[in-house]
Structures are given as structure tokens and as C-alpha cells.
Design a protein around this ligand. Structure first.
Ligand SMILES: CC(C)(COP(=O)(O)OP(=O)(O)OC[C@H]1O[C@@H](n2cnc3c(N)ncnc32)[C@H](O)[C@@H]1OP(=O)(O)O)[C@@H](O)C(=O)NCCC(=O)NCCS
Length: 180
């Protein structure tokens, strides 16, 4: 069966909780140290169930498992799992003023570089445009940066996210104008 893209459901959370650490631990090896990856797991990298509730999170599945996930958001929050949110970050963006967020992409290491990230990104951008936004913004890992660069996202700021273990995770804020 060809991989199928669909909206995530709350029932998918346990599969996502297994996929995300596996993706981070294997695919970020060349970009971040073990300590950085472990410090970011569960807080910066993890399930954001609000995205699932909002109907803005996608999964890609083959006939046996979920092999990729990622989404977009009409809320302020730029990154992070359920453990990281503050109330203000749940507030809504204004499509006339703000850029929609692109959020939380993780692909199964056994299916990397097969266009799964691309398929999810295209689905997000289509939904973002349908919802009236003309720009997309995201905070990319150094692992994710080449994917977004290849689809026209421009790096506008590099900074570090403070982690629970006292280390700092280098990330890049990226923007794209969506032609509508
Ligand atoms: C980033 C990630 C989602 C990319 O997923 P993917 O399904 O492998 O991406 P795609 O196959 O759609 O890649 C499309 C294009 O992006 C670029 N690209 C993606 N990953 C790349 C990499 N590691 N190095 C260089 N270019 C890359 C390439 O141009 C690629 O096209 P090509 O394979 O024909 O050369 C995946 O590596 C991942 O899950 N990483 C770990 C978690 C993470 O850091 N997520 C990012 C959060 S911002």
C-alpha cells in the first residue's frame, strides 16, 4: 500500500510518542549531541495534542505504522510539546497580520529522504492558504533546515532554546511568503 496522509487523531498519540524519540535520536545525530537531543526530548520535541484537537496535525502511514507526522497552527506557539505551553501561546493568530506556524515534523528513520516530510509540508501549506494566511513561519532544528530551505523558507534568525538539563539547543527561525 502506498503511504497515506491523513489528519492525526487522539488515538495516534501512543504511536507518535514512540515515533518522535526514535526520529530525534537517529536523525539528529549529525547535528546535535546526545545530551542536547535527550534534553530536548519531551519538552521541545514531543506530542502537541492541541494541534491534533485543532485538526491541524497530519500523519503519514503505511499499511503497518505511522511513519511521519507534522502540522501547522493558527495559534501563537512556535514549537514545543504539551509540557512546554503557556496560556498566552494558545492565543489565536490573525491571518491578516500574522504568519501561520509550521510545527513538529518527525519522520521514521527507516523512511527518510522519501518525500514524506515534503508531502506533509505541502498539505500544511495548502491548509494554511485555505485558512487565509499569506505567510508561514517556523522554528527549525538544524536537521530540518535543509528540508524547509529546499521549499523556499528563508532563515531570519538563529538562536538557542534553553533546555531542562541546562544546555542550549541551536535552532533557526524561518519564514516563507505563500503565493495565493
Ligand atoms: C527533517 C525531516 C522531517 C525531513 O523529512 P524527510 O521525509 O526525510 O524529507 P524529504 O524526503 O521530503 O526531503 C525533501 C528534500 O529536503 C532536503 N532534505 C531533507 N533532509 C535533508 C538532509 N538531512 N540533508 C540535506 N537535505 C535534506 C532535500 O532537498 C530533500 O530532497 P532530496 O531527498 O530529493 O534531496 C526528517 O529528517 C526528520 O524527521 N528529522 C528529525 C526530526 C527533526 O529534526 N524534525 C524537524 C523539526 S523542525
Amino acid at each position: 500500500m502506498l503511504p497515506k496522509l491523513r489528519l492525526a487523531k487522539m488515538d495516534d498519540i501512543s504511536a507518535l510518542q514512540e515515533l518522535i524519540p526514535r526520529s530525534v535520536r537517529q536523525l539528529q545525530k549529525d547535528y546535535y549531541s546526545h545530551e542536547l537531543r535527550e534534553g530536548a526530548l519531551g519538552s521541545v520535541f514531543g506530542v502537541d495534542s492541541q494541534l491534533i484537537k485543532d485538526g491541524t496535525y497530519f500523519v503519514v502511514e503505511n499499511n503497518t505504522a505511522i511513519i511521519g507526522c507534522g502540522g501547522w497552527s493558527y495559534r501563537k506557539l512556535l514549537y514545543g510539546s504539551d509540557q512546554l505551553h503557556t496560556i498566552d501561546e494558545f492565543s489565536l493568530l490573525d491571518p491578516k497580520l500574522d504568519a501561520a506556524r509550521v510545527r513538529a515534523f518527525f519522520v521514521d528513520p527507516n523512511y527518510v529522504r522519501k518525500g514524506i516530510g515534503t508531502a506533509i509540508l505541502k498539505a500544511c501549506e495548502e491548509a494554511i492558504i485555505v485558512n487565509g494566511y499569506t505567510r508561514a513561519e517556523l522554528v527549525a532544528t538544524l536537521t530540518g533546515e535543509p528540508l524547509y530551505t529546499s521549499y523556499g523558507y528563508i532563515a531570519v534568525e538563529r538562536y538557542d532554546i534553553g533546555l531542562k538539563n541546562g544546555l542550549f539547543l541551536p535552532v533557526v527561525r524561518m519564514l516563507k511568503s505563500l503565493d495565493v
